[in-house]
Design a protein around this ligand. Structure first.
Ligand code: NDP
Ligand code: ZN
Length: 185
């Protein structure tokens, strides 16, 4: 655990929120209301702190930045320069290789989940919790029930590869999965 005192936002975390808000400024989520994209990385860090009890600053910063390399023009070099090598390592570990097809990316995430660092696993757990909760709040535009169910089940398979990382986060995922997988039957 890091040394960030409760309820005091560190400069590094504030810098990450600002950086991510600029990088994702023109992006929207896939829900019908097209919510601002930044809501999602902020929620991932929020889940880690308030539900996972995570206090490691590099993990929280990595959570805020987790989609900047995959989904914006941000390079890993830029992340390393601004936030350092530890954060850059986490962002690298949770970024898909965008040269792969959607199917290959899904398979690669499943394969990698068992081998990534503890910090990257925490970020990935928060990401999956946030994404399935987003779908429960409102299914992405154009998604059938079958597609939502497939996404839920793929997330569960990724989470299953990371069991033993953080009991609170795993239980939070299991709760939303169990309560809502039946919505798509
Ligand atoms: P995508 O990877 O295309 O979309 C899911 C990703 O979108 C999330 O991981 C999340 O990534 C991001 N996202 C943005 N907005 C939202 C939101 N409101 N709610 C949740 N996620 C959001 O989906 P999949 O390819 O995984 O599709 C799910 C399943 O459907 C797959 O198993 C696939 O095989 C199948 N499929 C079906 C199709 C069909 O037409 N029936 C077509 C394609 C796939 P991030 O955290 O990075 O933002
Ligand atoms: Zn994400």
């Amino acid at each position: 655990m890091g040394n960030t005192p409760d309820f005091v936002m560190s400069g590094a975390l504030l810098r990450a929120v600002y950086f991510a808000s600029q990088k994702h400024r023109d992006q929207r989520r896939k829900d019908p209301a097209a919510s601002p994209y930044i809501n999602h990385p902020v929620e991932v860090a929020y889940i880690l702190w308030f539900e996972g009890g995570v206090r490691d600053e590099a993990v929280l910063v990595g959570a805020v930045l987790h989609d900047t390399v995959e989904d914006t023009d941000t390079s890993l070099e830029e992340v390393a320069r601004v936030f350092g090598e530890t954060v850059c390592g986490y962002v690298d570990e949770v970024s898909d290789d965008t040269s792969l097809s959607r199917k290959e990316r899904k398979a690669a995430q499943l394969e990698h989940a068992a081998h990534i660092s503890q910090g990257a696993r925490l970020i990935k757990l928060g990401d999956k919790i946030s994404n399935v909760r987003d779908i429960v709040r409102a299914a992405p535009k154009g998604w059938s029930d079958a597609r939502c169910a497939e996404y839920f089940n793929w997330c569960k398979a990724v989470v299953d590869r990371m069991r033993g990382t953080n009991a609170h986060l795993e239980a939070a995922f299991d709760t939303v999965y169990q309560e809502h997988i039946g919505d798509f039957a």
